[in-house]
Write a protein that binds this ligand. Structure first.
Ligand code: NIG
Ligand code: FE
Length: 423
């Protein structure tokens, strides 16, 4: 039974309403099923959706609350608020100098080994006043919201000391309160080995395990623990040790895995029951099968390959065909992928990884929700679900990857409130 009592926000004349109703996660062929309603409408009460359906039916049955807002989108596309399941948004200094070094031929790892990369951001963050970090991060969140993101995972990882990792996570918690985007916090103390532990890397592993993880979990500052499992950063054994300690403390797991080389990161993530493994450019066939079996979500980050001038993208088609849950994300960070545009990521996914528009939309909604362990709770539009929606200046959802490099989002609704766009 649908009840349209006390509708506070009514959206009508939606040319294509992408509800994403249907299976969670979207696997294989089902990724092309968008739960599409032509000429759709949505009735919202407060922060929740009351009903989705045909525009005239929804309009005919809605009982409008006093002061109800009615938005006529005149044939536009409406879809769920986008979910960005992998970002590093808390930083102050940007690294355009490194970008230019890469355009001139240096690699990401060469720059990192010479003391740049993540460690350059760490040195800067440790010296940045909290107010400045908050201001800069708020701007980034505003840009994510303008591009349609209503829920976003956010990692620490530029502190790499107990005090500054906690400070980053506290900023994330503060901004979750202040900003319309819901932030899902991830502890990434094992993002790199900081300058002061370069000659004794295992001592840093012990610090993460014995001091940082307990401090983070005591304060309930993170839902996930992530690690940069990569040759020259944290090897498989160090990664297993840190992530086991995190898991024992009640954190859910994510991995940066097989980004620059195949190291068995995907296999490790799957064997530890990780919620997601991310990057996966060089993941082996065994790793892909292990992820399909464990249900570990593959979060693919084509913006990173693009900005690192990589010549190989993650094997998305193979993953989809083998039954892996595939999600997409910006990887928004100051080094390898400085973007807040999910639309650009969708274009890259289409052009470089051969995803259809519908597959890519599944990957930034319902499957992205699974990547932050919120499958079925967000990323879909239906009765009783949060009223997180995006309105797009297009008549056909397939324009999204095709019309590349521009932002076609004209409206964003978060928990029933219009946060972007005018009514
Ligand atoms: O996901 N690979 C490790 N971490 C980030 C890059 C962070 C940075 O360069 O500052 C990534 O690509
Ligand atoms: Fe990352």
């Amino acid at each position: 039974m649908i009840s349209e009592k006390n509708t506070t926000l009514l959206i009508k004349n939606i040319g294509q309403l992408v509800t994403m109703a249907g299976p969670v996660p979207r696997l294989d062929d089902a990724m092309n099923n968008l739960g599409l309603i032509e000429n759709g409408g949505v009735a919202i009460a407060g922060s929740e959706i009351l009903a989705v359906g045909k525009s005239d039916e929804i309009e005919g049955r809605a009982i409008l609350a006093e002061g109800c807002t009615v938005i006529d989108v005149d044939g536009a596309v409406v879809m769920p608020g986008l979910i960005d399941p992998h970002t590093h948004p808390v930083f102050s200094m940007t690294r355009q100098n490194e970008f230019e070094m890469r355009t001139l031929g240096k690699t990401y790892m060469e720059i990192a080994e010479a003391g740049g990369g993540i460690r350059a951001s760490v040195r800067d963050l440790r010296e940045s006043p909290t107010d400045l970090l908050i201001d800069r991060t708020l701007k980034r969140l505003d840009r994510l919201l303008q591009h349609g993101v209503t829920t976003c995972e956010a990692k620490s990882g530029y502190g790499l000391s107990t005090e500054s990792e906690l400070r980053q996570l506290e900023i994330i918690s503060d901004l979750d309160e202040k900003h319309p985007i819901d932030l899902i916090p991830t502890f990434l103390g094992a993002h790199e080995v900081p300058d002061e532990y370069r000659s004794n890397r295992n001592e840093y592993v012990e610090l993460v395990i014995n001091e940082m993880i307990p401090a983070v979990t005591e304060r309930k500052l993170a839902q996930f623990s992530d690690i940069f499992c990569e040759e020259g950063v944290f090897d498989i054994e160090q990664s297993r040790k840190i992530q086991q300690a995190a898991k024992d403390s009640g954190l859910k797991l994510k991995f940066h895995a097989d980004e620059l080389k195949s190291t068995g990161g995907a296999e490790l993530a799957a064997s530890m029951g990780a919620v997601s493994a991310d990057h996966l450019v060089y993941t082996s066939d065994t790793g892909i099968s292990a992820m399909a079996n464990s249900g570990t979500v593959a979060v693919l980050l084509p913006g990173t390959t693009f900005a690192l001038r990589g010549n190989q993208y993650a094997p998305a088609r193979k993953m989809i065909e083998r039954g892996v849950t595939v999600a997409l994300s910006t990887d928004c960070n100051p080094g390898s992928s400085c973007t807040e545009s999910t639309s650009l990521i969708i274009s890259l996914a289409a052009l470089q990884m051969r995803l259809t528009a519908a597959e890519a939309i599944s990957a930034v909604t319902v499957n992205a929700a699974c990547a932050i362990d919120q499958g079925g709770k967000i990323g879909q539009l239906g009765q009783g679900l949060p009223a997180d929606l995006t309105i797009w200046d297009m008549a056909d959802y397939r324009e999204l990857p095709y019309h590349y490099g521009v932002n076609l989002v004209t409206g964003v609704i978060k928990k029933g409130k219009v946060v972007i766009g005018t009514v």
